[in-house]
Design a protein around this ligand. Sequence first.
Ligand code: HEM
Length: 162
Amino acid sequence: PLELNPVLLPLNWLLGSWESDEPGEGTFPTIKPFRYTEKLHFSHVGQPVINYMFNAFHAETNKPMHRECGFIRIQPGTNKVAFINAQNTGLVDIEEGELTGQQLKLQSQSLARISFAKEPHVQQISRVLQLRPDGKLEQTVIMATDNQPPSQHLHITYRRSL
Ligand code: HEM
């Protein structure tokens, strides 16, 4: 396999494929709670950059739902991490934050969207991705919209998959 760029060593715990071990929980004050499954894939091509894809599905019908893809960079020699993210809903966002051990905490720094994106518009995203001691990966996403203060939208755990 291609050698990992040493800049990525602090993030090597993310690399590979993951899938939800039980359905994730979707919530928000304005919507009906829902469940979903999700597959994540983190890879590299030798550059100091991780490429990722997050693909979510309806928990019962398996129908494709939300999708995100992008790149993760770490400022060499620091614990500063950036996500460069595109979402199938027409939103693109840059999230930055800190890596502490195997916990990544990110906050949106800028958001942009297509002219005909569905309302309400997202105004802020924060997320935590962490590798737990039991080997599971956990993701929590909080968002704020035009008409809601920051509230949890997603919580899900993943196990490694092939
Ligand atoms: C609703 C944003 C990820 C499923 C929403 C709404 C927003 C939003 C703004 C509308 C809330 C309202 O009406 O007040 C986001 C963002 C995400 C994300 C920014 C990622 C960072 C996901 C994922 C799923 C999902 C992974 C998994 C299937 C839904 C569903 C609804 C919803 C089912 C309610 C129905 C609908 O409005 O389509 N999301 N979402 N979202 N989201 Fe997400």
